[in-house]
Design a protein around this ligand. Structure first.
Ligand code: IPM
Ligand code: MN
Length: 344
C-alpha cells in the first residue's frame, strides 16, 4: 500500500465547533494511518476573529484554503454577531468561491438511536442539494428601507449548466446505491425553474437506464419524510428546498447530532469542505459535552472524497458500533471520541 500526502485546511469556527473538530481530526489521522499523510493548516476564522479584528474571510486566507486538498469545518455562528454576517461572509462565501456545487447530506437511522417517528422503518437516503445557485446567490436588493414603500427582492438563479452538473452527480451517486432518484421541487408554482429542472432530469436520466426516478413537490416531500422515509434513496433538490428538507431529515434520524455533510466541488477545481450539520450550539459550548459523532462522520466523508474508501469505512463502522452500544449513555466529548477511536 502506498502513502499519499494531503493538505487539510482546518476551520474549527465557533462554539462547539472548536471542541468537536480536534476529535474529528484525530479520527481522520488514525483512520488513515499507513494509507495517507495529512498536514494541517489551521484557520482562525469565525466570530472570535471577527469580533477581534473585523475580518471574516480575508482574500489571503481564501487563497491559502484554495491551495489545500480538503477542508474540515466545525461550526459557524455566535449570538454576538448579527445574523447573516458570518453565514454569508464566511460559510456561503466559501461554498460559492470554491464552487462547491454539491451539498451532500446523508441521513441514516442508526441502530441504537430512537427516531421521533413511531414506525420509522429503514431510513438510509442522501440529499443532493444544489450548493451554488437558487435563492442563495444574493441576487436581489431593497429600496426605500424602513418606509411604507419599501421593496425587497430575492431572486432565485437557476442555470442549465449549474442544474445539469448536480443532476448528473445525483444519478452517478444513485448508481452506487439503490438506484433511485427523487427530484424535489415546486414545479406547479415555480414553473420556470421547476420545468427546467424536470427537463434536465429527464434528459440526463436517459443516460442512466438502470436508475429510476420520480418527482415530488417540496410540500409533499416533507410529509413523506415523516410518513414513509424509507421510500427515499437519492433526493435531488435546489439550494433552499434542500436546506429545509435536510433539517427535517436530521430530525427523523434522531437529531442532527448524527448528521454529517459535504460541500463538494465534484469537478475538483477547488477543495471540498466537510462539516457536521449541527451549528455552534452556544448554549452548551465550552462545557466539553458536545457530541463529536457528526464531526467524526464528516471526516469519513472527507476520506471517501479523497478516494480513501477503506479508511472511511473504518470510521463508519466504528461509529455504528459505538452508537449501537453506547448511543444513549451520557459521555463527554473526549470520551465519545476515545470510545469511537478505540474501535478502529
Ligand atoms: C446549512 C445552514 C446554512 C445554509 C446557513 C448557516 C447559511 O443552515 O448549512 O444548512 O442555509 O445553508
Ligand atoms: Mn440549514
Amino acid at each position: 500500500m502506498s502513502t499519499t500526502s494531503y493538505r487539510i485546511a482546518v476551520i474549527p469556527g465557533d462554539g462547539i465547533g472548536r471542541e468537536v473538530t480536534p476529535v474529528a481530526q484525530a479520527a481522520l489521522e488514525k483512520a488513515a494511518s499507513g494509507r495517507a499523510d495529512f498536514t494541517y493548516e489551521d484557520f482562525d476564522l469565525g466570530a472570535e476573529r471577527y469580533l477581534r479584528d473585523g475580518a471574516i474571510l480575508p482574500d489571503e486566507d481564501l487563497e491559502r484554503i484554495k491551495a489545500t486538498d480538503a477542508i474540515l469545518l466545525g461550526a459557524v455562528g455566535d449570538p454576538r454577531v448579527k445574523a447573516g454576517v458570518l453565514e454569508r461572509g464566511l460559510l456561503l462565501k466559501l461554498r460559492f468561491s470554491l464552487d462547491q456545487y454539491v451539498n451532500l447530506r446523508p441521513s441514516k437511522l442508526y441502530r441504537g438511536v430512537t427516531s421521533p417517528l413511531a414506525d420509522p422503518g429503514r431510513i438510509d437516503f442522501v440529499v443532493v442539494r444544489e450548493g451554488t445557485e437558487g435563492l442563495y446567490c444574493g441576487a436581489g436588493g431593497a429600496i426605500r428601507r424602513d418606509t411604507v414603500d419599501e421593496v425587497a427582492t430575492e431572486v432565485s438563479i437557476n442555470t442549465a449548466y449549474g442544474v445539469e452538473r448536480v443532476v448528473r452527480y445525483a444519478f452517478e451517486l444513485a448508481m452506487k446505491r439503490r438506484r433511485h432518484v427523487t427530484l424535489v421541487h415546486k414545479k406547479n408554482v415555480l414553473v420556470n425553474a421547476g420545468d427546467m429542472w424536470q427537463r434536465i432530469v429527464d434528459r440526463v436520466a436517459r443516460e442512466f437506464p438502470e436508475v429510476s426516478h420520480d418527482y415530488q413537490h417540496i410540500d409533499a416531500a416533507t410529509i413523506f419524510m415523516v410518513s414513509d422515509p424509507s421510500r427515499f434513496d437519492v433526493i435531488l433538490t435546489d439550494n433552499l428546498f434542500g436546506d429545509i428538507l435536510t433539517d427535517e431529515a436530521g430530525a427523523v434520524v434522531g437529531g442532527v447530532g448524527y448528521s454529517a455533510s459535504g460541500c463538494i466541488n465534484a469537478a475538483g477545481t477547488y477543495p471540498s469542505m466537510f462539516e457536521p450539520i449541527h451549528g455552534s450550539a452556544p448554549d452548551i459550548a465550552g462545557k466539553g459535552v458536545a457530541n463529536p459523532t457528526a464531526a467524526i462522520l464528516s471526516s469519513a466523508m472527507l476520506l471517501r472524497h479523497l478516494g480513501l474508501d477503506d479508511c472511511a469505512d473504518r470510521i463508519d463502522r466504528a461509529v455504528e458500533e459505538d452508537i449501537a452500544q453506547s448511543g444513549s449513555s451520557r459521555r463527554s466529548t473526549t470520551q465519545i471520541g476515545r470510545d469511537i477511536l478505540s474501535r478502529f
